[in-house]
Design a protein around this ligand. Structure first.
Ligand code: ATR
Length: 273
């Protein structure tokens, strides 16, 4: 029988998840059907309950329901606990609903695919919201030498760094306090890019051969990636590979098969252009 999957969100119209998972299913020969479903605010629990009661096997969860999904899950992985949010729900063989968060590991795998190594590197993360919280555990598990979270509201960065101190060398700064620092990898996790804005970053922040990663993706280079290029970054990328990477990890949680991401990244990049 064909297994049912879906992505829940609001808005959902532009979601790329159905196209990505259909390509994964085709590539790996899995008999599955994947839909997108617009869910009204306040109706997440009812919609998720209905989906699983009707035989649904797994859900992806996007804005604004990742916290609802966290509460809905009957059991959670440690990375979901640490992220404080769930982007993947899976019905286990005993009927339990497992909550996972594959955003961070999706980004790490994308970096590996690009040949970027994190071990021993000085990493700067811009932003201290939900998107950044979601990547910190998988990032720290790569054993970077140092992670600095810089945020407009310093207290938020401080609170976030403090809650991950047991996993590595992680600290908080304001953007002004970055003056004179050098980093090998800079990750933009602010929502500033969406408004075409850039946090106020000092010049000479990038070490030789620096890599810059924008967690958002777009047809044109983002303001952050334009800044990175102007500052002499050796490698830059937007977050399209992260989007496909988190989907591949969700697919693995559901089907225990890791699909090839590169052909899917290539196909979606072509569509974006
Ligand atoms: P998300 O779920 O996308 O992480 P969020 O939790 O609202 O969204 O977090 C947005 C992040 O982008 C925050 O770190 C925010 O900084 P503040 O904590 O100071 O609000 C950051 N951000 C948004 N717009 C920004 C801007 N124009 N310049 C700098 N940082 C910005």
């Amino acid at each position: 029988m064909t297994d049912l999957y879906a992505v829940f969100g609001n808005p959902i119209n532009h979601s790329k998840s159905p196209a990505i998972h259909r390509q994964f299913a085709e590539q790996t020969g899995q008999d599955m059907h994947y839909n997108k479903q617009l869910v009204n605010e306040g109706e997440f629990e009812t919609a998720a309950q209905e989906f699983f009661a009707q035989g649904g096997k797994g859900l992806n969860i996007t804005v604004p329901f990742k916290l609802n999904a966290f509460s809905f899950a009957q059991k959670r992985t440690s990375r979901a606990e640490r992220a404080g949010a769930v982007n993947t729900l899976a019905k286990l063989s005993d009927g339990t609903i497992l909550g996972d968060n594959t955003d961070g590991i999706g980004m790490i795998h994308d970096m590996h695919n690009l040949g970027w190594e994190l071990e021993g590197k000085r990493v700067l993360i811009l932003g201290a919201g939900g998107a950044v919280r979601g990547i910190l555990q998988p990032l720290l598990e790569e054993h970077p030498a140092q992670v600095v979270i810089a945020n407009r509201t310093l207290e938020k960065a401080e609170a976030l760094a403090k809650s991950f101190l047991d996993l590595g060398d992680i600290s908080a700064k304001s953007f002004a306090q970055l003056n004179g620092d050098h980093f090998d990898i800079v990750i933009n996790g602010t929502s500033a890019s969406m408004q075409g804005e850039l946090p106020p970053l000092p010049d000479n922040l990038l070490a030789a051969n620096a890599c810059c990663y924008d967690m958002m993706y777009a047809a044109e280079p983002t303001v952050f990636l334009n800044w990175a290029a102007a500052q002499g970054a050796a490698h830059t990328t937007d977050g399209l590979g992260m989007l496909i990477g988190q989907a591949a990890e969700a697919f693995y949680v559901w089907r225990q098969i890791r699909p090839e991401v590169v052909p899917v990244i290539t196909a979606l990049r072509r569509q974006l252009a």
